[in-house]
Design a protein around this ligand. Sequence first.
Ligand code: VAH
Length: 317
Amino acid sequence: RILIIGACGQIGTELTERLRRIYAPHKVIASDIREGDAELMEGGPFEVLDAMDYEALEDIVINYEISEVYLMAAMLSATAEKFPMKAWNLNMNSLFNVLNLAKEGKIEKVFWPSSIAVFGPTTPKINTPQHTIAEPTTVYGISKLTGERWCEYYHKKFGVDVRSIRYPGLISYKTLPGGGTTDYAVEIYHKAIKHKKYISFLDKGTTLPMMFIDDAINATIGIMEAKPHEIKLRSSYNLAAISFAPEELADSIRKHIPEFEIVYEPDFRQAIADSWPNTIDDSPAREDWGWAHTYDLKEMTDVMLSNLQGSILNTSE
Ligand code: VAH
């Protein structure tokens, strides 16, 4: 059986849905620190779980005979800057709990998400290579870079089958933005529909690596279904799809909402975004386990607006 920790998050929500479609729903156990929406709760087994509670996690793994764990719980970049120690403790202790269960042979396979946030201001920003300088200047990036080092260590030392990818900014419509610096690119769609205007906390010209959520879910399941010998990197794979700046995203929205306007009021998140790459070289993932993205900016905007148009109009806000 499969356990998803952090099933109510941006990736966790859609990962749970997809895995329950692929496998029988009762084989996919969702868990999070608090209960989720009706679809998540009624779609299969759910457990309230604090990812830092080793005993509680071990009980779930044993009781449900879990063989694979997707650890999707973490505090993202912007929030982590406000609560550094809380972010460090959550992001690291949850990882150690899962890696140690695997080391003891209680689970067979682990997925753990890293991020392009592992790169910092000294990293080459264009076509950032898989192996390069990584001196992150954010709590979140430091926790993800350290986590990668531990994943590779547990694989080499104890044979743990842990697999990881460095997600770019992810865009989706099924959950609201959750404290990420790239979440401007989620908020903008909601505001475009409701107000035909968005005040962007990132400035014009802030090009960042991004990806539509369906591509991210394909990559996550793709690396987990790959044969062990295909996974040549046990730290974390670079992953890329599209890169754009806020003004380019605004242009793609104006194709649907001509009167949409964007104004720029950069805040503390600008410094986080400025420390990250503009574009990523993900050729190792494409070569090793067949990764390929499908959504470009136009297609993503089409899907985001058509799906949000319905839900927003139904909400009272
Ligand atoms: C964040 N969405 O903004 C995450 C991601 C590359 C960005 O790690 O914190």
